[in-house]
Design a protein around this ligand. Sequence first.
Ligand SMILES: [Mg+2]
Length: 163
Amino acid sequence: MSNPERAAVSAVRKIIDDLNDRSGFDAWWEDIDTGTKREIRQRLASIIQDATRRPEEGRGAVLADVAAERVRQDAKWGEQNHPDGTGISWVLDGGPNAEDACETYRRITNEAADRGKLTWLDIALEEVAEAFAETDPAKLREELIQTAAVFVAWAEAIDRRTT
Ligand SMILES: [Mg+2]
């Protein structure tokens, strides 16, 4: 069963339990009073709505916010054209070189995942390190898109928690 299906099944179970508690419900549909029937219909409709809500809908909200922020950035700073500055030590002078940083953050992420303690910060730092290690523009662009997608996924997860 998928997660939405599991959620739908447990919600239907809860409705049946509620009805059992309320009235010793064990009658056929015909014996149920009109108000209760209406309530069942409404609750089933809302379950179906939740179960069929696609994750892309939450993504749309995040991507719209990102697009709006880009408009704000351009309005504030104008079009920006800087050198990439990647492929060298990017933490501090004397910090790890780009490849070492990449390897370090990849190891931290894997170890956290193995311990069941993976955080968005771990994942984000791994992706950022990979992007910052790239000097080839095509590969850097790929890594930047992966990095941006992780931050979008992070915001989607926060939205799922808070809405
Ligand atoms: Mg990557």
